[in-house]
Ligand binder design. Structure first.
Ligand SMILES: Cc1ncc(COP(=O)(O)O)c(C=O)c1O
Length: 191
């Protein structure tokens, strides 16, 4: 950026570094090294009289939310089992929209490992209504709850009533205080 500014010969009042810091959605995602980022910015500011603006999105709230969903049906096939959840792409659009991968964990742990591929999908008949394919997972049964992680950013805000699906309840947990911040929608609310 320093090189570009030198070429432009213009004194910018501010420079907007935008967002994109993100969060680590899985163990293979590399985390941004904020210490290095900070050092690079401070070094830049020593040579440039300008203000820096940030637009962090996911890094503030991405890991503050989870989507708890129930297994409504397990469809077994030879190559994999489809774990059909009661959450769908209308509730969490990121995987369908741009292939985002959100870790899925069981709500209650058991020690029964399965040697099958689980494909976590929603109940909407759209080929994009899927969340994740997981190789090693504990054995799941219908009615089990699973947790889709890190949906605090672009989760509820990207959700919709597609397929006439009412939106879920939203609960805020602060220390031991639990508060309903959005009521579960009813079908009548959509009509
Ligand atoms: C203009 C603008 N700035 C910042 C952000 C935040 O991006 P991120 O969540 O990657 O930090 C967005 C996300 O949509 C955006 O549209």
């Amino acid at each position: 950026m320093g090189k570009i500014l030198k070429k432009s010969k213009y004194n910018f009042d501010y420079i907007d570094l935008g967002g994109g810091m993100g969060i680590s959605y899985s163990s293979i995602n590399k985390k941004l090294n904020y210490q290095k980022y900070n050092l690079a910015i401070n070094k830049f500011l020593k040579n440039h009289k300008t203000k820096i603006i940030f637009e962090p999105g996911r890094s503030i709230i991405g890991n503050a939310g989870v989507l708890i969903t129930k297994v409504i049906y397990i469809k077994e096939t030879r190559s994999k089992d489809f774990i059909i959840l009661d959450a769908a792409m209308n509730d969490l659009m990121r995987p369908a929209l741009y292939g985002a991968e959100h870790k899925i964990i069981p709500a209650l742990k058991n020690k029964k490992k399965v040697n099958k591929i689980y494909e976590f999908v929603g109940p909407i008949c759209e080929s994009t209504d899927k969340f994740l394919t997981q190789k090693k997972f504990q054995k799941l049964e219908e009615k089990d709850l699973v947790i889709i992680c890190d949906v605090g950013a672009y989760g509820m805000s990207l959700s919709s009533n597609y397929n006439v699906r009412p939106k879920p309840i939203e609960i805020l947990i602060k220390k031991s205080k639990v508060e309903v911040i959005k009521k579960r929608q009813k079908l009548a609310d959509l009509i």
